[in-house]
Design a binder for this molecule. Structure first.
Ligand code: KIV
Ligand code: ZN
Length: 509
């Protein structure tokens, strides 16, 4: 008989802990809405005690996103738990997720607590959380490197105090599949009361085994898997949920487990997360990489043309990769534009549609054929952005092998026109300097990535950059254009708008 497996998504919490990733409240909401569409069971929206921004992000998700459990993370102390509850209390199904480390190495060097103290803290934390909500998850951080007997003792105490989900993380990604599977079995056999709760696993990917370890745990009775979209997260990341789900689906006869995931939403979710976090997906990444369904060798192409399953174990349509060659051009009207977006799964408001249509027309003037990928890039660039303080009016560049690169930029600052010019090492440097002069700001460029949305020399350039402010907070910006320099300017302006928005929201606190 097919049993249910719960999918716990922590893209907004562990995923946001990826180095250089910082999402604002709009971005968190955008991802959370898409996760709900994808059909995850639980969205861990953040760590409310960590910062005011985190608190607001979790609260916004809890208040707005429906049809899914919203979890807030809390260490095993009352302050964290009270704050987590405050943030999630308006969720349709709120969950408090509290944790404490159980390995000797963490007890000795990090917590400086005895085993007895950890047992007490775990029981007290779960009991406190239970006063607020019936849905309480307890995690034993670094469980896999803990003494199994002590771990089972802590888990038993958590069950007694009212935990409904017990999470057994491989926090440092140390496990191998057979050993992790056996470990989960042992936990089942030695924890009184475990048959009444859901056992969860949370695997990190330091050895590239997070997905394999999660699946081994599932084969040994785990009924919740925690992970992130595209596998982002601390260090080498977490288990990639899209890989877990598609393995369960591809081998459904063997696993006999069912999830609520709408697999056709996988690709869109992956792209959204990649765009908003600024973490590109490697081309050969399983399930969602650009090359995951491409066939290069003649023999393979011939085979797939004759029968798809000769070289494809999954149908790309199943993960939402549709191969439609329908393109739009500068003569396409609003109606066709709206229809095409609807086919791609975008239901825009009239205002969003207007904005996207204006940008589509601008781009269609310089690029003859606008493909589905271009349309997606346009929509993602235009809609649901932070409020616009700075807007590009025009850009002139002087550059070449024998001239000093110079940028002249026309900028609208809250509607007021300003012109500024600057020289730089290269044209991009000149643009950024001109923008800094015009806005009176100075930031460190952390990374600058440019890629083409499609093939062809007239492809849209997609620039993603990260800058850090005086507090070392990292912001991600993105701009597209057929002109790489204009795309660079747009990406920098996008970042500046995000920084202004962040400053304004912090002032309100
Ligand atoms: O990796 C880990 O152990 C965690 C816990 C907080 C669940 O992220
Ligand atoms: Zn983790």
């Amino acid at each position: 008989m097919t049993k249910r497996l719960y999918i716990f998504d922590t893209t907004l919490r562990d995923g946001e802990q990826s180095p250089g990733v910082s999402l604002n409240i709009h971005e968190k909401l955008q991802i959370a809405r898409q996760l709900a569409k994808l059909g995850v069971d639980i969205i861990e929206a953040g760590f409310p005690f960590a910062s005011e921004g985190d608190f607001r992000g979790v609260q916004a998700v809890a208040r707005e996103v429906r049809g899914v459990t919203v979890a807030g993370l809390a260490r095993a102390n009352f302050q964290d738990i009270d704050r987590a509850w405050e943030a999630i209390k308006d969720a349709e199904q709120p969950r408090i997720h509290t944790f404490i480390a159980t390995s000797d190495i963490h007890l000795k060097h990090k917590l400086r607590k005895s085993r007895e103290e950890v047992l007490e803290a775990a029981a007290a934390a779960v009991a406190r959380a239970k006063q607020y909500t019936s849905d309480v998850e307890f995690s034993a951080e670094d469980a896999y490197r803990s003494d199994p007997d002590f771990l089972c003792q802590v888990l038993a105490v958590a069950i007694k105090a009212g935990a409904t989900v017990l999470n057994v993380p491989d926090t440092v990604g140390y496990a191998t599949p057979d050993e992790f599977g056996a470990f989960i079995r042992k936990v089942y056999e030695n924890t009184p009361g475990i048959e009444n709760v859901v056992v969860s696993v949370h695997c990190h990917n330091d050895l590239g085994l997070a997905v394999a370890n999660s699946l081994a745990a599932v084969q040994n009775g785990a009924r919740q898997v925690e992970g992130t979209i595209n596998g982002i997260g601390e260090r080498a990341g977490n288990a990639a949920l899209e890989e877990v789900v598609m393995t369960l689906h591809t081998h459904r006869e063997r696993f006999q487990l069912e999830t609520r995931i709408v697999t056709e939403e996988i690709y869109r979710t992956s792209k959204l997360v990649s765009m908003l976090t600024g973490m590109s997906v490697q081309f050969n990444k399983a399930v969602v990489g650009k090359n995951a369904f491409l066939h290069e060798s003649g023999i393979h192409q011939d085979g797939v043309l004759k029968e798809r399953t000769t070289y494809e174990i999954m149908n790309p349509a199943m993960v939402g990769i549709t191969d439609t060659n329908l393109v739009l051009g500068k003569h396409s009207g609003r109606h066709a534009f709206r229809e095409r977006l609807a086919e791609l799964g975008y239901g825009l408001t009239a205002e969003e549609l207007d904005k996207a249509f204006v940008r589509f027309k601008e781009l269609a003037d310089t690029k003859k054929q606008i493909s589905s990928e271009d349309l997606e890039a346009i929509v993602e660039e235009q809609i649901r952005q932070v409020p616009v303080t700075y807007e590009l009016d025009y850009l002139h560049i002087f550059s070449g092998t024998t001239v000093k690169p110079t940028a002249v930029i026309g900028l609208l600052i809250e509607g007021e026109f300003l012109q500024e010019a600057a020289c730089g090492n290269g044209p991009v440097d000149a643009i950024f300097k001109a923008l800094e002069k015009a806005t009176g700001t100075r930031h460190d460029l952390v990374s600058y990535v440019i890629d083409a949305v499609t093939g062809g020399t007239d492809a849209l350039a997609n620039v993603t950059l990260k800058v850090s402010d005086a507090q070392q907070k990292v912001f991600t910006g993105r701009g597209i254009s057929t002109d790489v320099l204009e795309a660079s300017a747009r990406a920098y302006i996008n970042v500046l708008n995000k920084i202004v928005f962040d400053q304004k929201t912090r002032k309100q606190d």
